[in-house]
Design a binder for this molecule. Structure first.
Ligand SMILES: [Zn+2]
Length: 462
């Protein structure tokens, strides 16, 4: 497996952030072995299979740092409702009634969409036991992706201002969550040639007690696990922490030991300067999920202020219910424009920053920056090819502008992970695309019928 992919614009995101025109990337087995001008590499590697990537951008595979695999199947079932109603009457009701087969169908659908739109690594935050964890792990291994899979941990069926709102099917017991997470980690860590990691996914304050959060922190230290948590997504989260613990959110999370160098704080909208300082000091990552935050009217994450405070900011799509897709190019564009609108400053979040958030910052967030997140000699061969030969992207005079403002996921036509072609000329090699879409179409109507959740448009349907 020796490939020389050339005649492209190579956006490396390396230390110097080099962009190489008429560039090429040479890969051997699972590693990048050289990067440079196409002509030079052609003469250096005459026995490598040459892939002509004319009119393409080659860039690092994208890192989606906040994903819910099991919500891909219910996209379109929870639109235009307030967050609490969204959770109580739609999302938790639907997912609480999932069979393991339905969770598996959703996971396949999600992985398929992520891979085909250029995501090579993801972090899934909340996997409940009833989804069937072994089968979900098997699906991700078979897909060829790199995945962080976090076991949900909770001990209160409540959230923010509403008590006892969780669907019975979603309720789990705290100690049991930790036990399952530990067993899963022992069994599946580094499975799929090192592509799988098992983390802890405590539910947000309101669904978990201080005591249980402390146990999560202790287990994370003891078993060297990362932590992924929803944090200050809505103002009620802040009010709840103040009321219950008489502390500010950052102070509370620091005290219970949740702010670690391998902690992902999803959303992080309602933050004070003190919260940001504590997140930065502890080297935790904020995962900005712009589409979800805008659609659920949660607010806008203060990305420029976080970056100025020394916080690593990564990017995520969140779920099929609140983003209605898993396209990281959408996320980059929204990340670039939402903070411009909030701050009335067109320089608030430049396009280059968005590309960093979707690549190297995501890799840092997951503790994988030595292996992925940029195209550099010796790193894993995780890369994507973007076809720029279309009217939306042409004339493509600035590749960074194209990536953030013009490209969308369907422009990705080749994806390599670990040196393997997972998508080649638009065809996915590891999954049966037609069958997955067919299964999803069938499954959703069964779930809707069982739960009587309505997904009808506001207009009469004939
Ligand atoms: Zn989420």
């Amino acid at each position: 497996m020796k490939y020389l992919i050339g005649n492209a614009t190579v956006v490396t995101v390396d230390q110097e952030r080099r962009i190489i025109t008429e560039g090429a990337v040479a890969t051997e087995n699972d590693r990048i072995v050289d990067i440079g001008k196409t002509e030079a590499l052609k003469s250096r590697y005459p026995d490598f299979e040459f892939i002509d990537a004319g009119h393409h951008i080659i860039m690092p595979g994208l890192v989606n740092a906040h994903v819910h695999l099991t919500q891909a199947l219910i996209k379109g079932c929870a639109d235009d409702v307030e967050l609490m109603d969204f959770l109580q009457f739609r999302v938790w009701k639907l997912m609480g009634n999932y069979s393991p087969q339905e969770a598996a169908i959703s996971t396949e659908l999600c992985a398929l969409e992520m891979i085909k739109s250029g995501t090579t690594t993801f972090a899934e935050t909340l996997l409940a036991r009833h989804y069937g964890l072994d089968e979900l792990t098997r699906i991700i291994i078979a897909s060829g992706m790199r995945g962080i899979l976090a076991k949900s941990v909770m001990d209160l069926p409540s959230y923010a201002s509403r008590d006892n709102i969780m669907d019975p099917g979603m309720i789990e017991e705290g100690e049991e969550c930790l036990r399952i997470a530990g067993e899963w980690k022992d069994k599946s860590e580094n499975a799929g040639d090192g592509r799988i990691q098992i983390w802890l996914g405590p539910r947000p304050v309101g669904s978990i007690t201080e005591k249980m959060l402390g146990k999560v922190a202790e287990m994370a230290r003891r078993k060297e696990m990362g932590i992924a948590i929803h944090f200050c997504e809505v103002r009620e989260d802040v009010n709840l922490i103040r009321k219950t613990y008489n502390m500010e959110p950052g102070e509370f999370m620091e005290k219970v030991g949740i702010l670690t160098g391998r902690t992902l704080l999803a959303h992080a909208i309602w933050l004070s300067q003190d919260d940001m300082n504590r997140i930065g000091k502890n080297k935790s990552t904020v995962v900005h999920c712009p589409a979800s935050n805008a659609k659920l009217a949660s607010g806008i994450c203060p990305v420029p202020e976080l970056l100025q405070s020394g916080v690593n900011v990564a990017l995520g799509t969140d779920a099929g219910t609140c983003d209605n897709g898993y396209d990281m190019f959408d996320a980059m564009k929204l990340a670039a424009i939402m903070n411009k609108a909030r701050t009335l400053s067109p320089v608030a979040v430049p396009a280059e920053t968005c590309v960093e958030m979707a690549t190297i910052n995501g890799a840092k967030a997951l503790g994988m920056e030595k292996e992925i997140g940029s195209l550099e000699i010796g790193k894993k061969a995780d890369l994507i090819l973007i076809n720029c030969n279309n009217a939306r992207i042409a004339p493509n005079i600035n590749p960074i502008s194209s990536i953030v403002y013009s490209v969308n996921g369907s422009d990705v036509d080749n994806v390599m992970i670990d040196g393997q072609w997972i998508v080649r000329k638009n065809i996915i090699t590891t999954m049966d695309e037609e069958k997955i879409i067919h299964n999803a179409r069938k499954a959703i109507y069964n779930i809707l019928a069982r739960t009587s959740v309505s997904n009808k448009p506001g207009w009469p349907v004939f």
